[in-house]
Design a protein around this ligand. Structure first.
Ligand code: GLN
Length: 207
């Protein structure tokens, strides 16, 4: 991992597919050095990584074809802070329900997620979520063919639920995941929360 603690954190955004540009924009606006990541040799000097929304089965195939899936697994296991949104959350899940045949994930988050959990009638919707960790103002959450978290392991904290109790944001040590897309709303609090994790990990690993 690169740089000193005063330098801007170098945060990659997995740019194989999906809405990686929006994440690069938000991270840059918060003062991070945000870089697109496609190749295995682009991982080593990262302080953190965002996995964007898109289509998890395609992202899975491309990540294996580009030879970056195994290095990412190793980096996650070694403690690299990673934030996954929507398809990115699916990529971080240990278990996926309603996956396509042969679909794999990077894993690391002890959760099971169900893909496309809201069915055809409610493909996409927006709602307000109370998330005390991010302050008193609710988070306006945009769901697009979103997954839900169906079960969480002991190591996983729930950050947000829908009104019906279904889990849509989780955190576990170095990993953060949301079923929705903060990168499209102009509310940067989730990215700020993630950058705090990146900062804490840099401080810890150099302490
Ligand atoms: N439905 C997509 C999947 O299964 C996720 C959609 C999204 O990232 N907005 O990967």
């Amino acid at each position: 991992m690169a740089g000193n603690l005063l330098a801007a954190p170098r945060v990659g955004v997995l740019a194989l597919q999906g809405d990686f540009r929006e994440h690069l924009g938000v991270l840059n606006s918060l003062g991070a050095e945000a870089v697109p990541v496609r190749r295995p040799n682009e991982i080593a000097d990262l302080d953190g990584l965002v996995i964007p929304g898109g289509e998890s089965s395609v992202m899975d195939k491309l990540s294996r074809a580009f030879g970056i899936a195994e290095p990412l697994r190793a980096a996650i296991a070694a403690g690299l802070p990673v934030y996954g949104t929507c398809a990115g959350l699916i990529m971080l899940a240990d278990t996926v329900l309603d996956a396509i045949d042969s679909q794999r994930t990077l894993g690391g988050l002890a959760i099971s997620v169900r893909r496309n959990a809201f069915g055809n009638q409610l493909d996409s919707f927006e709602t307000e979520l109370a998330i005390p960790e991010l302050g008193v103002v609710p988070v306006h959450a945009v769901f697009i063919r979103a997954p839900v978290v169906e079960s969480v392991g002991d190591s996983v904290a729930v950050l947000a639920r829908l009104d019906d109790g279904r889990v849509v944001a989780v955190e576990s040590r170095n990993l953060l995941g949301t079923a929705f897309h903060p990168e499209v709303t102009g509310d940067a609090r989730f990215h700020e929360y993630f950058l705090k994790k990146v900062h804490d990990e840099r401080a810890r690993s150099r302490g």
